[in-house]
Design a protein around this ligand. Sequence first.
Ligand SMILES: [Fe+2]
Length: 211
Amino acid sequence: MKIKTTVYQLQLGGMANFSYIIADNASHNAAVIDPHDDTDAILEVLSSNKLTLSHILLTHGHFDHIGGVALLSKKLNAPVHLSLHESPLYNVKAPNLIQTKNNDTISLGESQIKCIHTPGHTPGCQCFLVDNDLFTGDTLFINAVGRIDLPGGNGTILFQSLQRIKTIPETTVIWPGHDYGATSSDTLLHLKQTNPFLACSSKEEFLDFFM
Ligand SMILES: [Fe+2]
C-alpha cells in the first residue's frame, strides 16, 4: 500500500499530551488531532511545512485534548469532528462542530480518515485510522489504557473496544494520546505482546487490573 500521509507528533504540556498533525502528501491539506492549548507549536508545524488545516479531529472531549480547538477553529476556519456519543459533560464548543459516528470517513486531500468508535474511557471516544496509522487518544497507550473512573467511563465497554482494535492489521502503528510508555509509538503486533491490558483474553482478567 502506498503511504500517502505524513505524521507529525508533538508532545505538549505538563501532562505529556500528544497532539498530531496528519498531512496529505499530495494536497498539503492537514488535520490536527487533539490540539493542545499550545497552539503556537501546532501553527509552527503547519507553517513550516506549508500545510493548510482542513480538519480538527477529537478523540474525546477531555480538557487536556481540546485546549487549542477554539483558537484553531476560529483562526483557520476548520471544522471540528467529535463523536455524537460523547458525554454532555465533555461537550466542545466550536463554530463548526460535526458529530461523527462509527465508520464515518473524512476526506483529507487524496487520503481518507476512518472514525472508529471506541467507548470506555469516555462514551464518545474514537480512534482515527489513516493509512497504516491508528490514533488512539486515551483508549490505548503504549503500556496501558485510559482511566475508567472518570464520568462516563466503563471498564467492560473499554475491554470490548480493545477487542475491536485487535482485529485491525497488526502492522498498524499505534499513536497514543499521552507519552506514558517506553516509546512514543509502536506496532499493534508488538503491543499485543507487551501491553498487559491488551493481552487480556477475558473481561474478568481485564477488570482485575482496576481493582
Ligand atoms: Fe481522557
